[in-house]
Write a protein that binds this ligand. Structure first.
Ligand code: UDX
Length: 419
């Protein structure tokens, strides 16, 4: 039901980083928002004003807004617009699992049978081109009162709320103007260009954006690998490249490669959907191959100084896939620790935020310790660029740095992965 001040009543289904940020962000903009999630613990925490995930901006913003959370999908009935924000995790073959998008859409269809008046359903989850048309449209079985739009998110973990409030662009995929207009109206007071297009193009804009960011990271990693073998500093090279406005400076930090929930799986999904369309995405396959190979380089550099890992203790600084998050999904630390353990090394590890999550994957085989204890290992690998790693005393140590922590250069032996 539209509120008298022109604001909409919005429901958001799926309260992960994307859904919760979307819900909180719209609430900050003055809309009435109901968050829906099947996890009762998450619902309870949100209603208490506690953020169920480590996301600094989100924790603060949640306290400022009046967001109501519920596990009851029927609550969507009293809203004008429902955003579907379920996760789309990867399957073994590289394609994505649509369960958390399809299932809420089915529940919504049942609820909307009772709806009197218009209702807009927005697909916000990241999907491969064609998904909304082929999967969501048939599930919703919509009539003239139920509209569908696609509205991809471009939110980075760690800065999700800021990215939501100050987006670079708003992309709306639509079939009929009426529904695109309704969604554009929700975004009318954002200072960002609104691009309106069809469903598949909107879906592809998201996929191509993440594939491009992944490509930049693998590209600079490749240049870094070349620079290291030629005795140059890739960060100086990237600085010079970034001064060209056509190139820009972002996503040119060379290191152990990209992790996280989105870039790796979106890249795989795009490669896989291109294959389904009988196209071999050669560049993207190579981006992926390079990304798998960067952790192997870390091991090679370590073995230059500790040739036999069996029985050695290796300290790991950083377990999160990047700084300012506790997320360890597709973190390079997982691959590297598995490889170290396969060679018989003992692992001690420290991360300011991600140790509880990491413990779920490595409950016993990793010794969790303080940063100072980690520095007592036979050698130390830096895998996340936490600021606090710039305050440690590396003197006398062997350090293999995957993230360019400048202070670590004081180590007795220092090796950067690409520098
Ligand atoms: C990404 C996209 O940026 C965002 O738009 C999308 O909606 C969700 O996926 P996120 O997963 O939070 O966001 O991570 P991002 O900040 O993009 O970093 C991805 C990975 O690339 C991290 O592992 C990071 O360490 C790595 N990275 C990034 C580099 O190695 N070098 C860089 O220069 C930038």
């Amino acid at each position: 039901m539209t509120r008298t001040n022109g604001k909409k009543t919005i429901s958001v289904i799926g309260l992960g980083v994307v859904g919760l940020t979307t819900a909180v962000g719209f609430a900050l903009k003055g809309h009435k928002v109901i968050g829906i999630d099947i996890d009762p613990e998450k619902v309870r925490k949100i209603n208490e004003g506690t953020c169920p995930i480590f996301e600094e901006g989100l924790s603060c913003a949640l306290k400022e807004v009046n967001l109501i959370a519920t596990a009851d999908h029927r609550q969507a009935l009293d809203t004008d617009i429902t955003f579907l924000c379920g996760g789309t995790p990867p399957k073994a073959d590289g394609s994505i699992d649509l369960f958390f998008l399809e299932e809420p859409a089915k529940q919504l269809r049942a609820v909307l049978k009772e709806k009197i008046g218009d209702h807009l359903v927005v697909v916000r989850s990241t999907v491969v081109p064609g998904t909304t048309e082929k999967v969501i449209v048939p599930v919703l079985n919509h009539n003239e009162h139920v509209g569908i739009c696609v509205n991809p998110e471009f939110l980075r973990e760690g800065t999700a709320v800021e990215d939501f409030m100050k987006p670079s662009r708003i992309v709306i995929g639509e079939k009929e103007n009426k529904w695109g207009d309704m969604l554009a109206d929700v975004y009318k007071d954002y200072n960002a260009p609104i691009m309106r297009t069809d469903f598949s193009t909107a879906e592809m804009i998201k996929q191509a954006s993440n594939a491009y960011l992944a490509t930049r990271v693998s590209f600079i990693n490749e240049i870094g690998n070349i620079c290291k073998s030629m005795g140059m500093d890739v960060y100086e090279v990237a600085k010079g490249m970034g001064l060209d406005a056509r190139i820009g400076k972002d996503y040119l930090n060379a290191g152990i490669g990209f992790g996280g929930f989105c870039l790796p799986k979106d890249l795989s999904a795009l490669i896989s959907s291109a294959k389904d369309a009988n196209y071999r995405a050669g560049i993207l396959e190579e981006v992926q191959r390079l990304n798998i190979n960067q952790p192997v380089r870390m091991l090679t550099l370590l073995k230059k100084h500790i040739p036999v890992l069996k029985g050695a203790t290796i300290g790991i600084l950083g377990l999160a896939f990047k700084a300012d998050t506790d997320d360890i999904r597709k973190s390079k630390a997982i691959e590297i620790i598995h490889a170290l353990q396969e060679e018989g090394a003992k692992v001690t590890a420290y991360d300011p935020q991600a140790m509880p999550n990491f413990r779920k994957v490595f409950p016993d085989s990793v010794k969790y310790a303080t940063a100072d204890e980690v520095l007592n290992a036979d050698a130390v690998m830096i895998l996340t660029e936490w600021d606090e790693f710039n305050n440690l005393d590396y003197r006398g140590k062997i350090v293999i740095d995957g993230r360019r922590v400048l202070k670590a250069r004081e180590a007795r032996i220092y090796e950067g992965i690409c520098w």
